[in-house]
Design a protein around this ligand. Structure first.
Ligand SMILES: [Fe+2]
Length: 377
């Protein structure tokens, strides 16, 4: 082997090593991104994507634009830096649409500001890459305004394309999950409406309890997943009443002991009805325990934090609506009377922290004068 051949072999080897190292870097980045994107919703993925893109490429501005299939427009889904959140782009010939049509990243340096609306970005440099899911084009990711004032080079383009392609798959899945969730919630709503139609006294109760429970939960430390579970639990909390005889549900006048015993079965029946849905475990527990008492005197005898937090919230929201509504055997209470009653039951029937959150919410939504929180808990 002469010198020339040896040198060529060295160069080839060097190129292969570089290529392998690049591939390794890319794969390890994809792996890290997958781990971080997993479990996030659409908004969470978009903001993480922007954060990653901004830190990796050292840019001041980043925007995720989604494609609205009905209007055919690109609209702002998430952004960081200097951007107007109401910005939309009609189908046209600007670089955003060129990136989508060509399905390739487009980098522009010394971007002149003639492009429609893109003059909002201080563009010493602009880089746009399509967000392509497995089945559909989701939109585009745009980064602009490099901190060092330079233009984007091929390494930046490759890096952004890698991050965007991975994010697009996760966004597509999250959108699908979101769609399924909306479908599920709407189906549950229709079902509950049908159930409420059979009772003369509970029309609108479920929707109101759901609203109250979510308002209270906002003031407590629940994450997005728990909030969604609480929404489903609230919508389904009285599903067990499907097995309660109509004569009892609609009885004019006071219920006797046996009739109360029948009504008190509904949390257990509700949990049984849903027991086949393994992904509803937390919802089922919440429904099963939504009539537990904080001091342990409820149906199952669970006490304090043994009762799931979602169930403790639902209990207060449920009682709040029940007190504020007419029943065949009693008139509804005023807001002041309701607050007083709930306050009296803090630490007995209700979790004092949840009561505190409930009172804070009432104070923010009703014009009433209430005593200071310390004095009623
Ligand atoms: Fe109930």
């Amino acid at each position: 082997m002469n010198n020339l051949e040896t040198n060529r072999l060295k160069e080839d080897l060097q190129a292969t090593v570089t290529e392998l190292s690049d591939t390794y870097e890319e794969l390890s980045l994809l792996y890290r991104l997958s781990e971080e994107f997993t479990g996030l919703g659409v908004d969470g993925i978009c903001y993480l994507l922007l954060k990653k893109a901004a830190s990796s490429l050292s840019v001041r501005t980043g925007v995720v634009l989604f494609l609205d299939e009905d209007s055919g427009e690109l609209y702002t889904q998430a952004y960081i830096g200097n951007w107007d959140e109401d910005t939309t782009f009609k189908k046209g010939n600007n670089i955003l649409w060129r990136a989508i049509r060509s399905n390739k990243a487009i980098a522009v340096c010394n971007h002149n500001t003639h492009e429609e609306k893109l003059d909002k970005v201080k563009c010493n440099s602009l880089l746009i890459t399509p967000l392509n899911g497995k089945k559909q084009i989701i939109g585009v990711l745009m980064v602009a305004d490099k901190k060092d004032g330079r233009e984007f080079y091929s390494g930046d383009i490759k890096l952004l394309t890698t991050i965007a392609s991975q994010a697009a798959l996760f966004i597509e899945n999250a959108l699908l999950t979101q769609e399924m969730q909306v479908f599920l919630i709407e189906t549950i709503r229709s079902f509950v409406k049908a159930l409420e139609a059979s009772s003369l006294w509970t029309a609108g109760h479920t929707e109101r309890v759901t609203r109250y429970a979510l308002s209270i939960a906002e003031l407590l430390d629940l994450d997005g997943h728990e909030i969604e579970r609480l929404r489903v639990s609230s919508l389904l909390h009285d599903i067990g009443k499907i097995a309660t005889p109509k004569e009892i549900l609609n009885k004019e006048g006071k219920l006797d002991k046996e009739e109360w015993a029948e009504i008190r079965r509904h949390p257990i029946v509700g949990a049984e009805i849903l027991s086949g849905l393994s992904s509803f475990k937390e919802v089922i527990e919440c429904i099963r325990y939504h009539h537990e008492h904080y001091d342990g005197t409820g149906i199952h005898g669970l006490c304090g934090e043994e009762i799931p937090l979602m169930a403790r919230i639902l209990t207060v929201a449920d009682a709040f609506d029940a007190m504020m509504s007419d029943r065949p055997y009693r008139k509804k209470k005023t807001i002041e009377e309701t607050v007083r009653e709930i306050t009296t039951c803090a630490g007995k029937q209700f979790d004092p922290n949840v009561v505190q959150a409930c009172i804070s919410w009432v104070k923010s939504t009703h014009k009433i004068i209430l005593p200071e929180p310390e004095s009623y808990i």
